[in-house]
Unconditional design. Structure first.
Lengths: 202, 402
């Protein structure tokens, strides 16, 4: 991964608007608990913090049915660069975005595609805390997240308009997701890919 | 005499409780026909029928008694054996102490589901896609399956794969339903219902197979399994037209030829009396009649009566009696073929290979055991040395500090 200095440079590398990134950062900072480790909420302050990109996220996930046995899911994000001499690889992940009652059968979880993985160092704080953050594009469940009666699957799609980018806490990333392309802007969420997923979403 | 875990040696009488093998081996061992179930007396014409229907359990002791009666030339026993699908009255398990041969058969995920039903299912799906001209779309979707931990991504289009292994079939089960949904999108009004039924059928079988992989089952899970199985049986007829066997195809073709010959003769006799335009209309009608008759015959002859379809009905009742289905899979045994047989054969001079395979594996196994023993002993020795060092350590540290 190329060395990125600040958020402005990250936005340039990702080809996204800096004001959008600012909004997302502010939104994320407001959601975090106030304290010493919280990033500064002033735009100029967090805009000047050093930023570094990374290419994969290791997510410890419990192995079904044991809750205390873990395996590692490595979610890759190569952005526009080739992955292993092939196509670019930007994996989909599950993000806990709400309570059990939201998003229908998904029970508060949403599928999101990784846009970037970066860490931001809060040099302004005494401890110099490092925050590892995934920038994702949220894929909205079609039909409020209920299983389609005909096909027995849940579809997810890109938002036709409005903000779909989001910076999420690394703790909200549950595991990697498996989606199958279905047309230009839609994907089928494959809940049968492993036993954990099958047991959770049915 | 058996060495027990508590260090004592006991006189034990092991009881055979399971025989993990494929159906063909079970059929030979139980002395039953290849289309018979080792557990129940299900007629071969009802193998693909209602899974809730209860058939009488096999009583191999009764068969033995009947076989002994047959020796004293009792009439009608051969007919009875044929009716219940038994070939030999006394099988190898009959005289074993406290063994019920019907319980020795255990359900096998590898041969029954992955290499059995999934393989059949994909043949039906292929036929279905061909009928609806969606094969290309399926191949494209298949090639675009994204990676996932523990899932090997297919490298080639589905139709280009010539041989499937058990693991690949298991992987196929994990993604085939989603790929099929993607393939069968945007149906026209005539296809809509058929597509939905096909998706429901494939989804139910995949769900059932996933639930059989659980290590433990609650009553709710068993109820789900039963429901999935019921849904599969209710919807499987959508694929019936793709279940044409070779013999049915030959019979249908011969009947079609015969009918065509009869019609041709009839037309030849009437040709002198009617004009060409008058001849054309009956020809169209005859063609339609032939097509319909062919379809009727295929529909009538096709069936799902094969043993692996029937085995599905035993899965739910198996769990409360014998525990998880996963632990009886032949997967481990098949995997051992590589180390125990294939490697040995490759190392042999291919001349009288069986003896060389056995001696190679025996030697390798013994060496492995020896290495493990040395490793364990060296660890124990190190621990002992470290223990002594620990005793000396305070003295040396004292001397250093001085």
């Amino acid at each position: 991964m190329e060395n990125i200095g600040t958020l402005t440079e990250l936005c340039r590398a990702l080809n996204i608007d800096y004001s959008d990134m600012n909004e997302e950062m502010l939104c994320f900072i407001r959601q975090t608990i106030a304290g010493d480790q919280r990033l500064p909420s002033d735009r100029t302050e967090f805009g000047s913090l050093p930023v570094e990109q990374f290419s994969h996220l290791e997510i410890p996930v419990s192995e079904f049915p044991e809750a205390d046995v873990f395996q590692i899911h490595r979610a890759r994000c190569s952005r526009t660069k080739a992955f292993c001499n092939g196509d670019p690889r930007n994996d989909c992940i599950w993000v806990q975005a709400g309570g059990e009652e939201s998003y229908g059968d998904l029970r508060g979880r949403v599928v999101a595609r990784l846009l970037a993985l970066f860490k931001i160092r809060n040099v302004l704080s005494g401890a110099g805390d490092v925050h590892r953050l995934p920038l994702v594009r949220i894929l909205d469940p079609v039909g409020t997240g209920k299983f389609h009666r005909g096909s027995g699957h849940i579809r997810v799609s890109k938002r036709p308009n409005g903000r779909d980018m989001r910076i999420v806490s690394i703790g909200a990333v549950i595991r990697q997701a498996h989606v199958i392309t279905s047309g230009e802007r839609q994907w089928i969420m494959n809940h049968r890919i492993d036993l954990w997923m099958f047991n959770e979403i049915y | 005499m058996v060495d027990c875990a508590d260090g004592k040696t006991r006189l034990c009488f092991p009881i055979l409780s399971a025989w993990i093998a494929d159906h063909a081996e079970h059929a030979a061992l139980h002395g039953i026909g290849s289309k018979s179930c080792p557990k129940s007396e299900v007629p071969s014409k009802e193998l693909g029928g209602n899974p809730r229907k209860i058939y009488e359990a096999r009583d191999y002791t009764l068969y033995w008694e009947k076989a002994r009666e047959q020796e004293s030339e009792e009439a009608g026993i051969a007919e009875y054996f044929q009716q219940v699908g038994v070939k030999i009255g006394r099988n190898v398990f009959t005289v074993l102490y406290r063994v019920n041969p019907a319980d020795l058969h255990k359900l096998d995920l590898l041969h029954n589901i992955y290499l059995g039903l999934f393989k059949h299912m994909m043949e039906w799906v292929e036929g279905f896609l061909k009928k609806h001209k969606r094969q290309q779309a399926f191949d494209s979707a298949w090639e675009e399956i994204p990676p996932y931990p523990g899932f090997s991504v297919p490298k080639r289009a589905y139709r280009k794969v010539t041989q499937w292994h058990g693991k690949e079939m298991r992987n196929l089960g994990r993604c085939t339903a989603a790929v099929l949904v993607s393939t069968l999108r945007n149906p026209d009004s005539s296809q809509h219902q058929d597509f939905n039924i096909a998706l429901k059928c494939v989804g139910a079988l995949v769900d059932f197979s996933l639930m059989t992989q659980y290590r433990s089952h609650t009553p709710d899970k068993l109820a789900y399994m039963e429901r999935y199985l019921q849904t599969f049986h209710q919807t499987k007829d959508i694929f019936l037209e793709f279940r044409t066997s070779k013999s049915t195809r030959v019979e249908v073709n011969s009947q079609d030829r015969e009918l065509r010959r009869l019609i041709a003769n009839q037309i030849a006799q009437e040709a002198h009396h009617i004009s060409a335009a008058q001849r054309r209309r009956p020809a169209d009608q005859n063609r339609l009649q032939r097509v319909n008759r062919r379809a009727d015959l295929i529909q009538r002859e096709n069936h799902f009566n094969f043993i692996k379809m029937h085995y599905l009905s035993h899965f739910v009742s198996h769990v409360p009696r014998f525990g998880s289905i996963l632990m009886y899979s032949t997967k481990m045994g098949e995997l051992a073929h590589k180390a125990q047989i294939k490697v040995g054969y490759r190392r042999s001079n291919k001349n009288n290979a069986a003896r060389q395979i056995l001696s190679y594996y025996g030697r390798k196994h013994a060496l492995g055991m020896r290495l493990q023993t040395i490793e364990a002993l060296s660890k124990a020795k190190n621990a002992l040395v470290m223990g002594n060092g620990g005793m000396d350590a305070p003295a040396s540290s004292r001397s250093a500090s001085w």
